[in-house]
Design a protein around this ligand. Structure first.
Ligand code: SIN
Ligand code: CO
Length: 388
């Protein structure tokens, strides 16, 4: 998409302006970001999803067995009929993986890398329902799907911000409101990480949260070093062949620190491994058990495509690609594959994976690497046949 064309979703500013002025910096209210938006699913359908074993869901009851009680799904069918008339919320995670029309909403966010997007969570709240004043560590776009929700935003928070005790949720003890708005269907509020917010349902309401993922520094360090350590032999150690006689044998001297820094720099500075780890990490699926494929060989795949089969991305899979020197890396649901540079357009096609068929795959099916890549992705479960 052209970053300099005004975008309706962003209230008429361009993607470039949004990223410069708001993204990760300050909130933005967009009236009718999606004009006349009609929620593709209703409260009953959302409740239905919360009964399913593979779907992550939570119920928040403001005045439950304790203030801000949280119950985790899956829920039995009669759970919802036993709830009070007001002041509770049902939250269902990753609805985009189960409802294609919800996944389509993400097309509106193509000005951001898809690997930064976590999921679309949908909440249903009874009148007065909310999850309390809180902050999140990630960016979020809150799109009103049905009914009205009154949002208040407040101060920037961090791990030292005081929280209420004896609740199941991280509720801010001290919410300092700065602005407030009532959102109607199609209105959207962007919030940067750590900004306090509090959305209370005015009537029965559905809110869509497009959430983002950003690994913490601690995650980057622990996961990357774990990954690196697979490639190191036990013989590779701290060495000091250049050691000098010491004046005090109990002192750790500067030269030891310098050797350690050199050892760390040598490994941490390996860009190819860093990229490989990052791509694998950022494409790890939320539900790996939903990314499984059939046994299949190149000839069978070719045969199916020739008979009109269509391949699409498994909604639970994550795909991304990158370049290393003259080669390419494809990341698919936590795995990576090094590929020759000539497959660039195929990788783009696969990552977009709207629909892959004999017509748009054409030449790639004649390429041995291209064919084997497609076959691997089907076997791994990242791509699947549309009619299955
Ligand atoms: C909600 O949809 O009720 C909560 C969303 C949020 O505050 O992050
Ligand atoms: Co929040």
């Amino acid at each position: 998409m052209n970053p300099d064309i005004p975008v309706q979703l962003l209230g008429g500013i361009t993607a470039r302006e949004f990223l410069r002025d708001y993204w990760q910096k300050k909130p933005l209210l967009i009236r009718q970001a999606i004009p006349d938006f009609e929620s593709p699913l209703d409260a009953d359908e959302l409740a239905g999803l919360a009964l399913e074993e593979e779907v992550e869901s939570r119920l928040i009851i403001e005045n439950g067995v304790r203030p801000w009680e949280m119950r985790r799904g899956p829920f039995p069918e009669d759970e919802f009929s036993k709830l009070p008339e007001t002041e509770w919320t049902l939250l269902v995670q990753a609805v985009d993986q189960f409802v294609p029309e919800v996944a389509e909403l993400l097309e509106n966010f193509r000005f951001l890398p898809s690997w930064r997007i976590d999921d679309v969570m949908i909440s249903y709240a009874a009148p007065g329902g909310s999850v309390g004043p809180h902050f999140d560590n990630y960016d979020v776009f809150l799109l009103q799907g049905h009914g009205k929700r009154h949002w208040k935003i407040g101060q920037m928070c961090d791990t030292d911000s005081p929280l209420l005790e004896h609740t199941d949720l991280r509720i801010l003890a001290d919410f300092q409101g700065t602005d407030e708005w009532t959102l109607e269907p199609g209105d959207m509020l962007y919030l940067p990480p750590r900004l306090a917010h509090w959305g209370v349902a005015v009537d029965d309401c559905l809110t869509y949260s497009v959430g983002f993922r950003a690994p913490s520094a601690a995650e980057v360090l622990t996961h990357f070093t774990d990954f690196l350590s697979q490639f190191m032999s036990d013989e590779e150690r701290y060495t000091d062949a250049d050691a000098q006689p010491v004046s005090d044998p109990h002192q750790i001297q500067r030269d030891a620190l310098d050797r350690l820094k050199a050892l760390l720099a040598e490994h941490m500075g390996d860009e190819r491994l860093l990229l490989t780890w990052f791509g694998q990490f950022m494409t790890e699926p939320r539900y790996p058990e939903l990314v499984v494929g059939p046994e299949l060989d190149d000839a069978e795949l070719l045969d199916s495509l020739e008979q009109g089969a269509i391949l699409i991305r498994n909604p639970s899979a994550r795909l991304a690609w990158s370049e290393v020197d003259d080669d390419l890396l494809l990341f698919a649901s936590g795995q990576s594959r090094l590929l020759p540079g000539r497959l660039r357009e195929l990788l783009k096609l696969v990552c977009a994976a709207d629909a892959l068929h004999i017509d748009n795959l054409g030449q790639w099916l004649a390429d041995e690497d291209g064919r084997s890549l497609l076959c691997e992705l089907v076997k791994q479960g990242s791509l699947g046949f549309a009619d299955e």
